[in-house]
Ligand binder design. Structure first.
Ligand SMILES: [Zn+2]
Length: 451
């Protein structure tokens, strides 16, 4: 006779955004059907004993770039090993490219290659010619659009006129703007001046991208989005100074969401001085004061999400620093290092970690309660996390194609040991049993939720 549950996860500590409970999780098909104490094991086909472990909603990594060393297949594979069950990719519409064609290409590639369920953010490199396509993107399930306030020299920067115009269209369609907030023109000037002086670009990397220029762009984006009344998501906040305008705008009730990344929470410019081009990322790794301010902003609820900015590039430690591209592999190590730095060191509780990684991103992008929570009716996307497992991060055990990790040699306590997507075990004890094409496309929806 068919049993009532396909799977029963017993005796684990199930964590949600508002706390942890020792309850069992029963799964039938792709869904969670009960979350209660004392469920009967005779009623389940398979039992997983999670005593002494956390049972967490799968991580939703909303900031990934599948256009570098890891494609949508490889990126989802490496992410899954780290406890991620949902990805939202930046679809790069470079100058000369059509936004809609780009979105369709990413959807096709994802359906073919992705191990994980995924959504898509439009990424406008040339808003002047791409804005008119924004309304059509909503019909394809895309409701968030990123623009760069940085990278003027690269011709990726959106000026304020087009930032406002894009936000206007996005807001009218019910979507959300996302910005990389650094002042691109002033950064370029500082860099040009420094190059003319013949300075060592590694030594001055942080000085040519100072915190003031992030804070200025954050304030400008907030101001423009306030005038246009467009919801705003600030990606990878990295400075103490950037927190201030956000705190003020949030207090005034503006719809703004703020993300930081594990690299800004666990490392400083000292890492760049050691690893050179490998640790060249944008925005740069900052000072210890900035790092601690980001933790404090998390504690106060000013920062809403942590996502990886996974963008592994082909580079080596002795490559010329100035020519090296920005970016690093992050998605696989994200949960482990943030847990180790945040929970083990007493900066945050487990429930806050779940908010940052699962509940808040699901709510912001309209995936909740299908994703982001372990409750009756939700997708059975979960992670069993062993808080006692001590391990050392090594590139050789990572699944990214990138030949390095910035966390090489870092000892961590706590690790995901089982990752499940929609009721199917994807990764157990480091073994992947999912396959490319398992992932489904997730349309996003911006509900302007209060977190
Ligand atoms: Zn990024």
């Amino acid at each position: 006779m068919e049993k009532k549950y396909d799977l029963l996860i017993q005796k684990g500590l199930v964590v949600g955004g508002s706390g942890a409970r020792k309850v069992d999780v029963a799964i039938k098909g792709e869904k969670i059907v009960r979350v209660e104490p004392g469920l009967k094991k005779e009623e389940a086909e398979r039992i997983i004993d999670a005593s002494g472990k956390y049972v967490l909603p799968g991580v939703i990594d909303v900031h990934v770039h599948p256009v570098y060393e890891d494609d949508m297949g490889g990126l989802s594979l490496t992410a899954a090993h780290g406890g991620v069950t949902t990805l939202i990719h930046f679809a790069y519409a470079k100058p000369g490219m059509k936004l809609i064609d780009t979105i369709k290409q990413y959807q096709e590639e994802g359906l073919k290659k992705s191990y994980l369920d995924f959504g898509i953010h439009g990424t406008l490199f040339d808003p002047a010619s791409q804005i008119e396509e924004i309304p059509k993107a909503f019909e394809l399930g895309v409701s968030s659009f990123k623009m760069f306030m940085a990278y003027a020299k690269l011709k990726w920067m959106t000026d304020d006129y087009h930032l406002a115009k894009a936000m206007d269209v996005i807001a009218q369609c019910g979507g959300m703007a996302m910005v990389h907030a650094e002042n691109g023109l002033v950064t370029d000037y500082l860099e040009d001046r420094s190059l003319a002086r013949g300075e060592d670009q590694k030594k001055v990397f942080l000085r040519t991208r100072p915190d003031h220029l992030e804070a200025e762009a954050v304030f400008r984006a907030i101001s423009i989005s306030a005038v246009i009344r467009c919801p705003l998501y600030i990606v990878h906040l990295s400075t103490a100074r950037g927190v201030t305008p956000i705190e003020q705008a949030k207090a005034e009730g503006q719809t703004i969401y703020v993300e930081t990344c594990p690299q800004y929470l666990t490392m400083t410019d000292a890492k760049l001085q050691k690893l050179g081009p490998l640790a060249k990322i944008g925005p740069p790794l900052r000072t210890e004061k900035d790092r601690l301010a980001l933790w404090s902003a998390i504690q106060k609820g000013i920062i809403d999400t942590v996502a990886s900015d996974h963008a592994p590039k082909a580079k080596k430690i002795d490559d010329p620093f100035f020519e090296a591209p920005y970016g690093s592999p992050q998605t696989e190590t994200m949960l482990t290092v943030t847990y180790d730095e945040g929970v083990n060191k007493g900066k945050i509780k487990m429930s806050r970690l779940v908010k940052l990684f699962s509940e808040n991103p699901a709510k912001i992008f309209g995936l909740y309660p299908k994703k982001g929570v372990l409750q009756k009716g939700s997708d059975a996307d979960l992670v069993i996390f062993d808080p006692k497992l001590t391990h050392t991060i090594r590139n050789e055990t990572q699944h990214s194609v990138a030949p390095y990790t910035l966390y090489e040699g870092r000892r961590c306590k706590g690790k995901p040991i089982l990752v499940m997507q929609r009721g199917r075990i994807l990764v157990e004890n480091g073994e992947m049993s999912g396959k490319p094409g398992d992932g489904t496309f997730l349309p996003t929806k911006i509900n302007r939720v209060k977190l």
